[in-house]
Design a protein around this ligand. Structure first.
Ligand code: NAD
Ligand code: IPM
Ligand code: MN
Length: 369
């Protein structure tokens, strides 16, 4: 049987730096475990704009549709701030998500024991934390029409974006959340602003409908998203799975990142409906961006991108054992005090560069055999 195919889109800024470490790890699994992929690479974001004049070429889009899984680094950067909105690097990523119909974005936030002291919150608040944010990714205010910047009647301008959700868009992401909860601690908390937005009322009613009709065994609660943000930093361990819309999910997941110590730790999986071969359409990417402030300095933490590859092993390729091996290697390295700059607190540790972290994780993988 042919090897599964992986399309790598490293992107901009620290994207290629963290992806370089993932490529070494993919190589390790091939050499040491006989787990091989057909890896190919292409351009996205500013890197694609520089070559093609668009942040995602049609040919790249087609390759992404064909791939068994896509791994993405990050897009964007100050160099591209002057570009027209339609060709900004971020539009390339949004096109991938929309055209692949990757409606369920899984953003797990786990606090590794070795980093519990490092979080900006007290150790007892974050130690042992394991939550899963399920962010709706293909609709809502990111994509709703009408949108644009228009002349206003008084001669000034008006900027418009539209929050829009249909019943089916809400129901399908709710199902993803309930399915995940059944394999975890069986609790879902849905977040919206039903107190001020009609789309929030519909969100709440449809999530409740899916619960009552299809998942009555899962514990469901509802929370206004502003309270949810507060509760996330007050007592995050009250949550198991959080399901929320595109924009609230974006903000809440960056917030959850700090519970784990650094944005450089958070992986994600963006999943769509199953393809003909039974695998879900899937794109894996760290939650963080291109980090222009540290790009090119060898300072980036590659763990979010490496753990995104672990999610690919688990969710696209049914390789739970290999994923767990990689996650344990990351845990070991952190327990040994190996630290990129973003993880370096007052308690110290062994400072390493991006590739130094890759070296340490590869050594831990070797030791795991
Ligand atoms: P960012 O996530 O790039 O950076 C925020 C802060 O976190 C910075 O101080 C950065 O140095 C730090 N950081 C992020 N990742 C890190 C890592 N792996 N290791 C160590 N430190 C890390 O967010 P931003 O500065 O708001 O955005 C920069 C650019 O990235 C923008 O163009 C934005 O649109 C884009 N962006 C892209 C994605 C993506 O590609 N998925 C996600 C978020 C932002
Ligand atoms: C993310 C990013 C993206 C988003 C941008 C870069 C389009 O912030 O993946 O969290 O807003 O979804
Ligand atoms: Mn974001």
């Amino acid at each position: 049987m042919a090897n599964p195919s992986l399309l790598i889109l490293a992107g901009d800024g620290i994207g290629p730096e963290v992806m370089a470490e993932v490529k070494r790890i993919i190589g390790w699994f091939g050499d040491k475990c006989g787990v091989t992929f057909d890896v190919s690479e292409d351009l996205v974001g500013g890197a694609a704009y520089d070559v093609h004049g668009v942040p995602l070429a049609d040919a790249t889009m087609a390759r992404a549709q064909e791939a068994d899984a896509v791994l993405l680094g990050a897009v964007g950067g100050p160099k591209y701030d002057v570009l027209d909105f339609s060709v900004k690097p971020e539009r390339g990523l949004l096109r991938l998500r929309k055209e692949m119909d990757l409606y369920a974005n899984l953003r797990p936030a786990q606090c590794f024991d070795a980093l519990a002291d490092f979080s900006s919150l007290k150790k007892e608040i974050v130690a042992g934390l394991d939550i899963m944010i399920v962010r709706e990714l293909t609709s809502g205010v990111y994509f709703g029409e009408p949108r644009g910047i228009f002349p206003a009647e008084d001669g000034t301008r008006v900027g418009i974006n539209t929050q829009r959700y249909t019943t089916e868009e809400i129901r399908r992401v709710a199902r993803s959340a309930f399915e995940l909860a059944r394999r975890r601690n069986n609790k879902v908390c849905s977040m919206e602003k039903a107190n001020v937005m009609e789309s929030g009322i519909l969100w709440r009613e449809e999530v409740q409908w899916v619960h009552d009709n299809e998942y009555p065994d899962v514990e469901l609660s509802h929370m206004y998203a502003d309270n949810g943000a507060m509760q996330l930093v007050r007592w995050p361990k009250q949550f198991d799975v959080i399901v929320t819309d595109n924009l609230f999910g974006d903000v809440l997941s960056d917030c959850a990142a700090m519970l784990t110590g650094s944005l450089g730790m958070l992986p994600s999986a963006s999943l769509g409906a199953p393809m003909a071969n039974g695998r879900p359409k899937a794109l894996y990417e760290p939650v963080h961006g291109s980090a222009p402030d540290i790009a090119g300095l060898g300072k980036a933490n590659p763990i979010a991108c490496i753990l995104s590859f672990a999610m690919a092993l688990r969710y696209s390729f049914d390789m739970g054992d290999e994923a767990a091996r990689l996650e344990r290697a990351v845990e070991t390295v952190l327990a040994d005090g190996v630290r990129t700059a973003d993880l370096m607190g007052p308690e110290g540790g062994t400072p390493v560069s991006t590739s130094g972290m890759g070296d340490a994780i590869l050594a831990a993988l070797d030791a795991s055999l």
